[in-house]
Design a protein around this ligand. Sequence first.
Ligand SMILES: *Cc1c(COP(=O)(O)O)cnc(C)c1O
Length: 465
Amino acid sequence: MNVITNHMPTDELQRLDAAHHMHPFTDGADLAKTGARVITGADGVTLTDSNGHKILDAMSGLWCVNIGYGRRELAEAASRQMMELPYYNTFFQTTHVPAIALASKLAELAPRDLNHVFYAGGGSEANDTNIRLVRHYWMQKGQPERNIIISRKNAYHGSTLGGGSLGGMSGMQTQGVPVIPGIHHIDQPDWWSEGGDMSPHDFGLERARQLEKAIEELGAHRVAAFIAEPVQGAGGVIVPPDSYWPEIQRICDEHGILLIADEVICGFGRTGHWFGSQHYDIRPHIMTIAKGLSSGYAPIGGSLVCDEVAEVVNGAGDFNHGYTYSGHPVACAVALENLRILEEEKIIDRVAAETAPYLAEKWQGLTDHPLVGEAKIVGMMGSIALTPHKDSRAAFAAEAGTVGLHCRTRCFANGLVMRHVGDRMIIAPPLVITKDEIDTLIERAVTSLDETYDLIRAEGLYKVG
Ligand SMILES: *Cc1c(COP(=O)(O)O)cnc(C)c1O
């Protein structure tokens, strides 16, 4: 048997990785040149790489390790479940205890009448389910022509053909998606980049009313649903103006279309509430969940579905849809233990009352830095916009993302994972991050911004595009 240990030299691991492992969202040629960073362990909010460097993970992996790394309880829950029942499916009138226990717990935690869960392996699969679910629903209601789903540009809803078609990220749209017909994209509520001379309030209303315009143009009788993330995550932690969501809710209500909140990032405490929909006081018919559901310890996602939609679908014979790992018992057991920890340790309450306000104050302080235009933050997800000219919100002359990438590289060198989306820097640290660790995060961010500033001035990149 081949045993690949942590003790192999880093360059040998990197060589094997580049030779045999195709990475998601990665430039393969670049990777082969520089070698991937090899992460070997983690505890709390801190990663260790194969060279023994300690790195503060201000991205919770990929927005998912909400309870932090190294919780034995989850490993033990997985091990117990593997010994008892490692796998059984939930097709054809069968079930098992972990799937039941997690479904009823989710129904208890979810707002209003979102009392039903359809399990998936992650967020992308869950959004694929949602496409079929809402179309099937309207078919059963005698309105088969109601099959268009409205989404937004620069949204992220996953990487499957369904999720990728719903999403609106320009980098994905030229690589094999969209392929699903009947998906229509409206503009995003990104005031910093697209707000022009409008006030954030007016801009938020204008962007929300694009939904109404689209419904009128397409014909209300043809629109099945609107899908959106409460706060766009992968798009750059785009926090919408306060005027945006109430107007979206009004439009969905008046035109009788289903609202799908993609809570894959915003769910499970990220905003300081259990769900982002509660932060914005919106009333979705379906919520997409994944990531923080298991804090990333096991792959699991799903659709939380309201009574009305579930009753129609359940009353319509077989729903010919499902994944081999829908409601995987080990993943369900791990998720359940994760929810127990979030709840019993009052982690979300502490975020709302203590650490999120503390982080928000420090984060907003970053706008004192010469490179930082706006700083936005909701709960434990934040972004800063880098700019050569704050008043005009100008972009850099260099290709979008050049300065952001420099900054990300400096962050890594300074022991901090911050991601860049174009020239926005984003964070979503584990919800268990302490005030001391927040201080460290901010110190390292400032050092990295200083170094980026010096570097781009030296390279002649500090100029308006
Ligand atoms: C990550 C993400 C997804 C996709 O989830 P996967 O588990 O990667 O399939 C979908 N929607 C949003 C908002 C996400 O952030």
